[in-house]
Write a protein that binds this ligand. Structure first.
Ligand SMILES: [Zn+2]
Length: 635
């Protein structure tokens, strides 16, 4: 039951996570209050572009790669389901899957959004370490960001403010992005945390202080301009620190922590996501200052890859907000190499990627300084599709035979990342033209490579768990469950027909019983999908029910009625057929064993079974089910 949240029971709100143990205590009534207030369409819209389609909203699934939407959200039931990969659940499980939140984190996050006030977790004896550790790290980062920002405003940071002003950074940007300063010296931040009685191990976990040889902590960031890195929820998860004056390294970043994994985040996305959605594209830059310079100049649909090589996870993250990306890497050799690496990722993710060539020797920051916003936007207009850029600017530079050979090999290899077969062939055709190599040869090589990639790739879970279900649950029983979930008025017929008696013992039956119980004989009770979905421990079964609920175009009432009675009749027939077969087998065995008494008994039972089937009597067969009850009621 969802009510067991907090006592260490398996997580029933997101059973898809397996038996996630919960460690944070949240009272059940609070969870219900949040659930009542959330608008799941609104929530998911922050991550997925949704459009209305019938009674559902649909969009591209954030959990697997797809080109046509199979991800559906049903507002009236407050659930989501993906027909492609089988992901599904409620608002809580969405956040858990999407952001890697634990259940209590998702609850707390949604409580904040919906204005539900939760009790202090510290007041509960079961408050868990895992949750509080992450939260302590968030808190340490938040406090540090505040402390750094305060430093920047102080007298001793005049040179840092002068530096920012020299780069044309407005005060508004400095404050909005919470830029700060880590003072010189070894213990200023540590002392500040000690004063505030923040446990230092948590600050160490956040990567803000380091334990020295003597066991004392010292500050990681010293004499650096500090740039807080936020996640898409706006929480500070790490810092980038730029050295002021001389010193190495120029940029020092937080190490990984319970809340920060390298290559999973994009700098600025939290601020720019709405702009990206509105603009229909994102501009990808490399460094913090590229981002800040563009933002400062009024170019807002920007994200920065945080200096490291772009990762698959970052591309997937970006893909949630847009399908079109302008890539503006530095025009130096290192920048070109970085662009080449990204090319493969974008092709594989099937993102419409454009390579922006900035004026020689420019990065986005210096381009803005030198040519202004318009100069930068001009460069955007002149952007080339990334494949064209690759062919024109990279491959065409090769002059030697060996160089060309390598270039062709590289191009063919690259073509294996292109998931769309038409685009792949078009690309190869252009390689063939460029190098005068027979297209068929390239195509064959590319195709072999593609097959190889496709077979080794760890693809999305396209075969959903439904296949497993085939042996476990009865189609007719499931159909009845779907029908009564959609049409609670039919629950009365289920009772009148004694339909539950024809269900085989198992989970589907207990779900049906639960629905019947909730709705009540009068058909007035409201079924909460959450309660039903999350009472199911069996992932394939849960998926099947979600899928049924999400199916489009509910038929008109009279069709539903006919469907219901047809299905009920089939279910009944099936039940009798099974019983007959069972009896027949027992009879054969009894005859073979020469057990006359048993034979007589079984024959009587058979007779009774036939009578029941004819009368449509749903009450007697329970007894006739067992040989122990020799007294078989008449009629
Ligand atoms: Zn999916």
């Amino acid at each position: 039951m969802p009510g067991s949240v907090g006592n260490g029971d398996p997580c029933t709100v997101c059973p898809a996570e397996g038996n996630t143990r919960l460690t944070g205590y949240v009272p059940q009534e609070k969870i219900e209050e949040i659930r009542d207030r959330i608008d799941i369409v609104h929530l998911i819209s922050e991550y997925v572009v949704l459009r209305k389609a019938g009674r559902n909203f649909i969009g591209l699934c954030p959990f697997h790669k797809e080109k046509t939407p199979s991800f559906s959200v049903r507002p009236d039931k407050q659930i989501f389901y993906c027909f492609g990969c089988g992901a599904g659940g409620n608002a809580f499980s969405f956040l858990m899957n999407m952001n890697g939140m634990t259940f209590p984190e998702a609850v707390r996050y949604l409580a904040g959004k919906t204005g539900v006030i939760l009790p202090d977790p510290k007041d509960h004896p079961h408050s868990g370490e895992q949750v509080t550790e992450r939260e302590q790290v968030y808190l340490a980062n938040k406090k540090a960001a505040h402390w750094f920002a305060r430093n920047l405003a102080s007298e001793e940071s005049a040179h840092v403010r002068a530096y920012l002003a020299g780069r044309g950074m407005s005060q508004e940007v400095v404050e909005s992005f919470r830029l700060g300063y880590a003072t010189e010296g070894w213990s200023a931040l540590r002392t500040s945390f000690e004063r505030e009685k923040v446990p230092l191990p948590a600050v160490e976990k956040a990567g803000l202080i380091i334990k020295g040889k003597e066991g004392t902590y010292y500050d990681r960031f010293r004499g650096r301009l500090m740039i807080p890195i936020e996640d898409t929820e706006g929480r500070v998860i790490a810092f980038g620190g730029r050295v002021m004056g001389q010193g190495e390294p120029k940029y020092l970043n937080s190490p990984e922590s319970p809340v920060y994994i390298k290559g999973r985040h994009l700098y600025g996305l939290n601020r720019s996501k709405e702009h990206i959605r509105k603009a229909g594209h994102a501009i990808l830059v490399e460094g913090y200052f590229d981002f800040l310079a563009l933002w400062n100049a009024g170019v807002h649909p920007v994200v920065a890859s945080l200096g490291t090589a772009l990762t698959k996870e970052q591309v997937a993250l970006l893909r949630r907000y847009t399908q079109k990306v302008y890539i503006t890497f530095d025009s130096d050799e290192a920048g070109k190499k970085a662009l080449m690496r990204s090319l493969e990722l974008f092709l594989a993710a099937d993102i419409d990627a454009w390579a922006v060539s900035l004026p020689q020797g420019c990065d986005p920051d210096s381009c803005i300084q030198t040519y202004g916003k318009d100069g930068f936007l001009d460069a955007l207009t002149g952007a080339l599709p990334i494949e064209t850029y690759f062919l024109d600017r990279v491959l065409s530079k090769e002059r030697t035979v060996a160089g060309e050979k390598n270039a062709v090999r590289e191009a063919v290899h690259l073509s294996t990342s292109i998931t769309d077969p038409i685009s792949r062939n078009l690309f190869l055709r252009r390689v063939s033209e460029r190098f005068g190599i027979d297209y068929e040869i390239l195509k064959r090589q590319g195709h072999d490579g593609y097959k190889h990639v496709a077979s080794t790739e760890e693809g999305p879970r396209m075969n959903t768990q439904l296949d497993i279900l085939k042996d476990q649950a009865d189609k007719l029983e499931l159909a009845i469950v779907h029908l009564i979930l959609e049409n609670p008025r039919r629950v009365q017929d289920v009772s009148d027909l004694g339909l539950l008696d024809y269900f085989s013992e198992g989970e589907v039956k207990s779900i049906a019983q639960k629905i019947v119980r909730i709705v009540g004989k009068d058909g007035q009770g409201a079924v909460n999908m959450d309660d039903v979905i999350h009472a199911i421990d069996n992932p394939p079964l849960r998926e099947a029910i979600l899928r049924g609920v999400m199916e489009e175009n509910p038929p008109p009432a009279e069709v539903v009625e006919r469907m219901f009675f047809d299905t009920a009749e089939q279910l009944r027939k099936q039940w009798f057929k099974k019983r007959h077969r069972n009896l027949q087998m027992k009879l054969v065995k009894a005859q073979r064993d020469g057990n006359g008494e048993l034979c007589m008994c079984l024959l009587k039972e058979k007779e009774s079974l036939i009578r029941q089937e004819k009368n449509g009597d749903a009450s007697a067969h329970r007894e006739s089910d067992s040989l122990k009850s020799r007294e078989i009621p008449n009629g």
